[in-house]
Structures are given as C-alpha cells and as structure tokens.
Design a protein around this ligand. Sequence first.
Ligand SMILES: Cc1ncc(COP(=O)(O)O)c(C=O)c1O
Length: 377
Amino acid sequence: MADRVTPGSAAARALYPITETTIFANHCAASPLSRRVTEAMGDWLNWWQLHGGRDDLERPFDAWRQNFATLIGAQPQEIAFTGNTSEGLLLVANGFPWQAGDAILTADGEFVANVYPWYQAELQGVEIIRLPLRENVLHLDQIETALRDHPNIRLVALSFVSFLTGQQLPLAALGALCHQYDAYLSIDAIQGAGAFPMDVGASQVDFLSAGGPKWLMGPIGAGFFYCREALLPMLRPRHHGWLSVDDPSRYLDYHRPLSETASRFEPGTSPWLSLVGLNASVKTLHEVGIDAIAAHISLLGDTMRQGLTARGYELALPDDVLRGGIVAFRHAERDATTIVQALDSHHVTTSAREGWIRFAPHFYNTVDEVERTLALL
Ligand SMILES: Cc1ncc(COP(=O)(O)O)c(C=O)c1O
C-alpha cells in the first residue's frame, strides 16, 4: 500500500516533482502542479483525443461542486465554477442590488483584483470607503468603528489572507461584526483557500471568490464562487447565458427559469480541463486534511520568522497578528528583488512585492528546506 500523504512526508514530496530541484516557496504567486494533477489532465486529454464530445459523456460537475463546498463549509448548490477570482468578485459587484448612497468598506493593501470590480458599483453611485492599515495590520476595531460611523455600508469586501503581509482575517469575528451592522461580507479567498480552514456557514460569509492556481495548487484557468443560498435570488446574474437556466437541455424552450442554484452564474461551458486538474488537487488537499496543512504551514512560517529575526530582517507582521501562509520580510540595506534573485540562483523560489520578500511554503515543504533557505540569508 502506498504511504499516506501527510504534511512534509516523503509521500507528499513524491507528488511534486519540483521538490527534486527546487525549494519552492511561492505558492502566493502560483503553485507547481502535482503528478496527480498532470495525470488527471493528461488522461482527460487522451480520452478526449480518442472520443471527442459524446452524448453519454460523464459530467462530474456535482462531485466537483461538493469538493469545493467541503473546502469552505458550504453546500454544493452554493458553488459556481469560474475561471479565476475576479469573475466571482465581479458577480457581486455587478449583481448586487445597489442603491445610490450605499457604501462598500474595504482596506488599503488589498490586491488589485479586489479593487477594480468595486469601481463598477461606484459607477452606480456607491461610495468606496478604504481603511488605512496601522503598521501593516488591519484591526477589527477599525472595521467596527467604520461600520458604526457609516450605516450606509452595505458590503464589506476584504481578502481572507493579505497577498502582501500574509495577515489572515478572523472570518468568524468579521462575519459576526458585518451582520451586527447589517452589512454583507464578500471574501477574496485565493490567498488562503486550500491552506487554512474556512467555514462560510459558521462565519456568516455571504460571497466568496477564489482562483485555483495558488494554495489550491490547481492549473491556471479555473476557480470557484460561493454565494450563500438565501442570497441567490438577490444577486442578479448579469451574465445570463444558456447554462444559467434550469435544465438547459430543453434547447428550444427559450424561456427557461433561472437555475435555483449557483449554477445560474455560469453562462456557458466551464473551463473543463482546468477543473479536472483543480479537482484532482483539491482531492489531495482533502486527503491530507486542511487542518493538518494549516498546522504544518504555520510551523514552517514560525520557523522562518524566528530565523529571519535572528538574522536582523524586518517582518511585515508582529507576532500577535493572525497569519496565513505568507511570511513577508525585508532587509534594511538590501532590496527585495536582489534578495529574491540571489535565492533563485540557489534554486529557492520566492517573490518580491512592494519592497517585501514573500516566502510562502505549502504542505509538501519541510523545516529542513526553511533552514536551508535561512542559511542563504
Ligand atoms: C488577493 C488576490 N486576489 C486575486 C488574485 C488574482 O486574481 P485572479 O484569480 O482573478 O487572477 C491574486 C493574485 O495574485 C491575489 O493575491
């Protein structure tokens, strides 16, 4: 019997050929693919090459929806397939029933993907309120004060984990706060989904969007969107296409009602090949267990932070702030890009953003790899 795939184990590393050549710690950019992902996609392509589209083609969409739903504590009928994070955020920005005078609360330091969609709402007279960070950190009390001072805030739009600092927002506390002040909550989850547990039901998250290529370790081209079931009638599908309806196989009935599930947000054929790969990856993440993955990533992050502090590097976040999988750091005298390039020349992959170096390992990385990286710094 094959060895169990556990965080940092030989079995885990064997799934990722990149471990043979590289210390890869850039999952905040795009993950390398596992053997299982490329095999699943290869099998699918080979099958397609031999058979093409057939009426009896198996369509495993329900199982895939369940896969994503389990990841975030949702129901499969609350999941729509997308091509990336932005599509999900735009579904909210363009479909929410805005009224002039409404406001959206967001924060400085958000990745641009969670900025431009809200300008669509601004065009409809919606105000955008952007909270400043305090020493790189967004505090819940800032959000509470804003919600109290601006009763017109209808939506809070934030990232689960910051792409830049790695700060993780406590979703349960955030969701409770939003609902206390009658605001809806939209989460850009791409920097955390697959690495840290989420429970959209318990946390009262209303909308959630994530692309597959980062911590979900899928190929480029697929992602998912979650809409709380009770809000499906409220969020108008602006891209109403032939697959948005109930039973699209009634081809000549041109007045089908909208699907009662989140599939109403899928106008046409989904990015099938990328979804094959992404689902193979999500299955592996479930097999390892998101709690175990989170604990392992946190251990690697703590080890890195301690070593960086000992070497005189500055960390973006203080110790008492909840973190995701990104350790962001910098050096007083050496610029971030130079350090990233120096690491790269030793086959350690990281990335530089806005003067910070991001070190972002996943479940197959090891403490030994962290220590070898530190030795280069
Ligand atoms: C927080 C965040 N959201 C979204 C994205 C990417 O958006 P999309 O999946 O639409 O390309 C990134 C990519 O770096 C990100 O860091």
